[in-house]
Structures are given as C-alpha cells and as structure tokens.
Design a protein around this ligand. Structure first.
Ligand code: HEM
Length: 534
C-alpha cells in the first residue's frame, strides 16, 4: 500500500498539530489539492465572465455562503472557556455518581450567556444570565444548564415561547424586546407568578458585572439517588469565588457590547483563573410535603426558592476555568448543553418546566447543529470505555462505529452495565389520572418578592429599582398594562406600588384580586366569575 494510514485518520486538524511549521502549512482547496493563491479567479479573457470550472472559487464562495448556523433561539450571545471540576467534600452518602467521590476530578466546558438578545447583542443587557456547565465525567457527560438566578419567570412550560416572544423582535415594528416596553410589561402584568424574577431582574442583580462575578443556580429541583436506591431532592448552587458584583443601568451604557467576553477572556489569559464553589441544598420527600402543607412552597415550582435557613448549603466541590478556547465556533458556538444529559445518581424531578426542557434542548440541537452533534469534539463524551450503540448514519456521521453490526447481534455481542437504580423505588409514587394544568396565583407567590423589597434592598437599591422600572415603563404605550403591573407590585408592598405610581404618574389597581389574567386560575380572586372555566 502506498501509505499505511487508514482513511479514517487522514482528515486530521493540522492546526492542532503543535510541531507544524508554516512551511508545512500548504494552501489547498477543500479536497486537499494545493492551489497557487487564494486571490486567483479564472475568467474568460482579460475582461470576460468567470468560468464555472473554477472549482477553487466555487468551493470558496459556496462554503462562505453556508458559514452561519442558526443562532440559539434563546441565549444566543455568550462566552465560554474550559477548565476542571473537583470534588472536595464527597456526597456519596446521598448520590452514587462516581464524580462525587472524594478527590474525583473531571474536565469541564462552561458557556455563559444573556437570554433575550441576538448573537451580536450587548453583554450588559438587563437580562438573566445563562450558566451552563458540561462535566465530562467517567460515566458520561453531565450538563448543568443553569441560570444566575435561583428562580424563573414561569412555572408552566407552555408559557415559555410566549414569554420569549415578548423579549424578541416585535413582528410588526421589528424592534427588539429590549426596546419594546409594551410587550415586556404586557406579559409580566398578565402573569403575576413572574414577580419574584421580575424583582431580581429590575433590581441591582439585573446586570451582573461580567461573568466571573456571578453565581449560578440549578433553579429546578433535581433528585439525588444513593447506592441503596434512596433518594432526596436537591438544588445545586455555584458560588463565584470572585464574589458577586453588579453594574448600574447608567454604567452599563458606557461599556463595550463585548464587555463580559473581554473580561473573561483576558482574565484567563492573565492567569487569573475564575473559580466557583459547588454546593447542594437537600430535602427529604417528607420535608417537601411539609413545606407545601405549612409554607405553600411546591418544590416543583421554580418561581420559589428553598429557604436557606431551613435547607442549608452543603459544599461538594469547586471548579475553575483555566483554558481559553482556541476556536470559538468549534468549542463554544457548537457546544450543546442539555438538562437531560444526566449521569447515574442524578435524576430529574417532576418539575414541569424541567420536564419540558429535557425534551426541548436535544430537539433544538438536532436543528441548530445537526443529527450527529454529539460527535463534534466539544460534545463527545470522554469515557474510559468504548462507546457502542445503534445510532448510525445521518448527516455528517464522522464516528459511525466502524464495522460493528448495527443491530443487537449474537455474533458480535457488546456488553451492558446493570442499572444502578431501582426504578420502582424512584418512581413508585407517581399515581393518578392525567390532568390539564393551569397554574394558580397564590398569596405565597408574593412572600419572597416582599422579603426582597423589605429586607434585602437598601434605600439606594430601592431607588434604583423604581428608576429602572419606571424608566422602562415610560415607553409602554398602554396605560392599562402599567395599572395592572402596579396592582401586582401592590401585592408585594404598598410602599413599592406607591413609589412606582409616583414615578410613572399612573394610578395602579389596588391589588390583583379583581383582575383576570390570561391563562391562569386566579386563585386570589374572591369573585368566582373572574376565574376562567376549567
Ligand atoms: C438555552 C429552551 C427554561 C437555561 C435554551 C435553548 C432552548 C431552551 C431551546 C437553546 C439551546 C441551544 O440552542 O443549544 C428552554 C425552555 C424552557 C427553558 C423550553 C422552559 C420551558 C430555562 C431555565 C433555565 C434555562 C429555567 C435555567 C434554570 C438555559 C441556558 C441556555 C438555554 C443556560 C444556554 C445554554 C448554552 O449556553 O448553550 N433554552 N429553556 N432555560 N437555557 Fe433554556
């Protein structure tokens, strides 16, 4: 044979070859044929039209025409880097995942993001931040697809596309949600369960000072299962070792649109590796029932937090980012995080928003990146065993599992690991009939926002909150929307509502019990006629 190399080894990335010199780096067309110069175009005669036979030009232009992949439908603007995680305080009494054993480490990739803006939008938008971590464990990839706030705008997943559309471009004006206060407040004033997240968004925490200075939260309740099959509920917290820092609305306007990208990239280049502590809050199933009975906090409702006084943080490990990417597109734009990438010992809870996300992310990855997105280097599992399954072919199948039979064969068998969890023990309590679900607004929805206003915000933070809200509402075209939102603020605090009334010059509703909302049972309405038919 002219060359002992197997065909599969030929297409290696020469740019990753550290010993390559510029002498070895030869300009070629995509099929590897050396070409004299990139600026050379073939034409008929000196001033004639171009030749279709000029494969070099066709190759160049047609690849260029296809350079963009769809941006993420949400979280399109982001930054990321690589690093490592290590367990400092083993969790093996509660969780059988190998990564939580003493001293265990694994490589990670993180992508931080804003949510509503497009891929070129401003890093310092007033918006939650995404905080997605891919842990490449010895048992497969575990993705923690978290945000920088412990709560979220909604508890019914069917609202998510509606909510996101109000943050995106208006179909008529084509103005972005950030410039369309009417859509923004129309949604929030119709969906009062958003109030806790709205208070965080419009307060000081609404614009983190770059990505290094923010915390991350799973928000959702997960389940941890130990080797005996016993399980507890858990929430994950990732606390910045750099501390949390925020930027004011006025300051944010003076900064570069790529502020957070620059901050993260150059900190890592300088060797100032940012780090986070990983902790869990733990709750037994019985405690979850009591929390509902006594405090009306449902652990499957991510508009609520678990009180830290009752459920303290337990440190598990830490991670650092110590490596910038060499190629942003390959390593960050194409990275695919998915809440359903879980490893043995970590299970989803019945939180309906989480359950919907388990479907939505791999679905969008197949659309955004392609069927074989898991084969891209940044998404590949790094496991100490050979991967085998029966997923074959599809566009861009690069690792197609060779000549191994593509069915469960008795001639060339593969091996199986026993299930480590007793599914009956885990899911035995799901009983009952299918029900249609419309979330209900309850007085308890306003407790945490009230505590924020009364106990957490100091005078300066209150003044900035009122200025942020009223400044935004000044561009809202419908007075009715402002009146409704003030009614919601009044359920939080009379003081808050009257300050917004003063700042906007609009007299709001006295509360929400006389209002009827789109798509919610208004549990607070005394008047039955205000409640939508079931
Ligand atoms: C990104 C859907 C709620 C955190 C995305 C993407 C989709 C999506 C389709 C784009 C993914 C991609 O193109 O790779 C949903 C749905 C939700 C929901 C349907 C609710 C029903 C949440 C919540 C959190 C969250 C509650 C956090 C607790 C993120 C993050 C990203 C993301 C961090 C960016 C991941 C990355 O950097 O690639 N979401 N999401 N999402 N979502 Fe959600």
């Amino acid at each position: 044979a002219p060359d002992a190399r197997r065909n599969g080894d030929l297409y290696r990335d020469y740019n990753d070859d550290k010993n390559a010199t510029s002498q070895d780096t030869l300009y070629t067309t995509s099929n590897g044929v050396p070409y004299p110069h990139p600026y050379e175009t073939q034409r008929a005669g000196e001033n004639g039209p171009l030749l279709l036979q000029d494969f070099h030009l066709v190759d160049l232009l047609s690849h260029f025409d296809r350079e963009r992949i769809p941006e993420r439908v949400v979280h399109a603007k982001g930054s990321g880097a690589h690093g490592f995680y290590r367990t400092t305080d083993p969790l093996d009494d509660l969780c059988l995942a190998d990564i939580f054993k003493a001293g265990k480490m694994c490589p990670i990739t993180i992508r931080f993001s804003t949510v509503g803006g497009e891929s070129g939008s401003h890093d310092l938008a007033r918006d939650p931040r995404g905080f997605a971590v891919k842990f490449r464990t010895d048992e497969g990839n575990w993705d923690m697809v978290a945000n920088n706030t412990p709560v979220f705008f909604l508890r019914d997943p069917a609202k998510f596309p509606h909510f996101i559309h109000t943050q995106k471009r208006n179909p008529a004006t084509n103005l972005s949600g950030a410039d369309d206060s009417t859509m923004f407040w129309d949604y929030f004033s119709q969906n009062p369960e958003s109030i806790h997240q709205v208070m965080i968004l419009m307060g000081d925490r609404g614009i983190p000072d770059g990505y290094r200075h923010m915390h991350g939260y799973s928000g959702h309740t997960m389940k941890l299962v130990n080797k005996n099959g016993d399980w507890v509920y858990a929430q994950f917290h990732m606390k910045s070792k750099q501390g949390a820092k925020f930027i004011t609305q006025a300051d944010s306007a003076t900064k570069s649109p790529d502020y957070s990208q620059k901050d993260l990239y150059y900190a890592i280049e300088r060797g100032e590796y940012p780090g986070w502590d990983v902790s869990v809050q733990i709750m037994k199933p019985k405690e979850a029932e009591e929390l509902w009975e006594k405090q009306k906090i449902n652990v499957f409702d991510l508009t609520h937090i678990w009180p830290q006084g009752q459920f303290p943080l337990r440190k598990v490990g830490e991670f650092y980012l110590n490596e910038n990417v060499k190629n942003y597109f390959a390593e960050i734009e194409q990275v695919a995080f998915n809440p359903s990438h879980m490893i043995p010992g970590i299970e989803p809870s019945a939180d309906p928003v989480l359950q919907s996300r388990l479907f939505s992310y791999p679905d969008t990855h197949r659309h955004r990146i392609g069927t074989n997105y898991q084969q891209l280097p940044v998404n590949q599992p790094r496991v100490p065993y050979r991967l085998a399954n029966f997923q074959r072919n599809g566009q861009m199948a690069f690792y197609n599992q060779g000549s191994r039979p593509n069915y469960l064969s008795s001639i060339e068998p593969i091996s199986f690991r026993n299930r480590s969890i007793d599914l009956n023990k885990l899911h035995g309590h799901f009983i009952g009939e299918a029900i249609a679900f419309l979330s209900e607004i309850r007085p308890e929805d306003f407790n945490a926002p009230r505590a924020l206003w009364e106990k957490v915000f100091d005078d300066g933070a209150k003044a900035r909150f009122v200025s942020n809200v009223s400044g935004h509402m000044a561009n809202c075209s419908e007075k009715e929307i402002i009146k409704r939102q003030i009614g919601i603020f009044r359920e939080v605090s009379e003081d808050l509502a009257s300050r917004i009334e003063k700042a906007t010059g609009v007299k709001g509703y006295p509360g929400i019990s006389s209002l009827r909302f789109n798509g919610s049972h208004n549990g607070m309405a005394k008047d039955e006629s205000l409640r939508p038919a079931n």
